[in-house]
Ligand binder design. Structure first.
Ligand SMILES: NC(=O)c1ccc[n+]([C@@H]2O[C@H](COP(=O)([O-])OP(=O)(O)OC[C@H]3O[C@@H](n4cnc5c(N)ncnc54)[C@H](O)[C@@H]3O)[C@@H](O)[C@H]2O)c1
Length: 248
C-alpha cells in the first residue's frame, strides 16, 4: 500500500515538528511547510534519521499564492496529499486596548486566513482521492476566551467555526475535518510570550489540574487519532488537550 502524505504547516518548530514526527512514526510521508526554512530543514533531518520520507517546502500561509506554490512543489515530489494539519500560528499577548491594527492583521492572517488558504488548495485534491483528513489547530482561547489574547481568540474561534462548516460540506466527499484546541504548551511560542510576560508560565502551571503545561507530544497524539482510521466516523469536532484547564 502506498504511504499516505501529510502536509503539516508550521512544522519547523514546536507542536508542528512533533506532529510531523508522530505522523511519520505512523508510516506517513511528511511535507514540512513553513516560512522558517532553517527550522523546516531541521525537522526534515530529524525525520530522515527516523527513517521517514520528508520534504521541506517554503510556505507562507498568509498568502494564497505562496500556498499554491507550496502545494505545487509538494505534488511534484509526492504526487498527492492525504492529510492536512493546519498548525502554523502566532500570538502576541497584550491588553486589547493597547494592541495595534498591524498586530491584529498579522494574527488573523496567520492563524485564520492561513487555514482558509490551505483548505482552498488542498481539499480539492482530497475530494479527487475520495478520502482525506484535515486537522485544524485552534486553541482553548477560541472556546472560552483568554485575557490578553482578544484577536487571537477571535481567530481561533473562527477556526472552530470553519472546521464545523467544512466538516458539513466535505462529508459527502468522505473527508473528515476536525479541530484540536491545545491548552498552554511547552514550545518556543510560549517561551517567547513568557519573555515579556514574567510569571505567566508559573501561573498557568498552578491553574492546570495536571500541574504542567502540555508537551508537544500530547497535542501530536491527538492529531494522530484524528488522522487514523479509528476516527473515520468523527467529524466537525473540537478536542481540547489541556490537562483539564477548561472543560467545555
Ligand atoms: N504553545 C501554546 O501554548 C499553544 C496553545 C494553544 C494553541 N497553540 C497553537 O499551536 C500551534 C503551534 O504553536 P507552537 O506553540 O508550536 O508555536 P511555534 O512558534 O513553536 O511554531 C509555530 C510555527 O509556525 C510557523 N509560522 C509562523 N508564521 C507562519 C506563516 N505565515 N506561514 C507558515 N508558517 C508559519 C513558524 O515559523 C513556526 O515554525 C499554533 O497554531 C498555536 O497558535 C499553541
Amino acid at each position: 500500500m502506498t504511504k499516505q502524505v501529510a502536509f503539516v504547516t508550521g512544522a519547523g518548530s514546536g507542536i508542528g515538528r512533533e506532529i510531523a514526527r508522530t505522523l511519520g512514526s505512523k508510516s506517513m510521508r511528511i511535507i514540512v511547510a513553513d516560512i522558517n526554512m532553517e527550522g523546516a530543514e531541521k525537522t526534515v533531518a530529524i525525520l530522515k534519521e527516523e527513517n521517514v520520507e520528508a520534504l521541506a517546502v517554503y510556505c507562507d500561509v498568509t498568502t494564497l499564492e505562496s500556498v499554491q506554490e507550496a502545494v505545487k512543489e509538494s505534488l511534484t515530489h509526492f504526487e498527492t496529499i492525504n492529510v492536512l494539519v493546519n498548525n502554523a500560528g502566532w500570538d502576541k499577548v497584550e491588553p486589547f486596548l493597547k494592541s495595534e491594527p498591524s498586530t491584529w492583521k498579522t494574527i488573523v492572517d496567520i492563524n485564520l486566513m492561513g487555514q482558509i488558504h490551505t483548505c482552498k488548495e488542498i481539499l480539492p485534491i482530497m475530494i479527487e482521492n475520495g478520502s482525506g483528513k484535515v486537522v485544524n489547530i485552534a486553541s482553548d482561547s477560541g472556546r472560552v476566551g483568554s485575557s490578553g489574547e482578544a484577536v487571537y481568540s477571535a481567530a481561533k474561534g473562527g477556526i472552530i467555526a470553519l472546521t464545523k462548516t467544512l466538516a458539513r460540506e466535505m462529508a459527502r466527499h468522505k473527508l473528515n475535518v476536525n479541530c484540536i484546541a491545545p491548552g498552554p504548551s511547552n514550545t518556543p511560542l510560549i517561551a517567547e510570550i513568557g519573555s515579556y510576560n514574567q510569571g505567566i508560565v508559573q501561573a498557568l502551571e498552578k491553574a492546570i489540574p495536571f500541574r504542567r503545561l502540555a508537551e508537544a507530544k500530547d497535542i501530536a497524539n491527538a492529531v494522530a487519532y484524528f488522522t487514523s482510521p479509528e476516527a473515520d466516523y468523527v467529524t466537525g469536532q473540537t478536542l481540547s488537550v489541556n490537562g483539564g484547564l477548561t472543560m467545555v
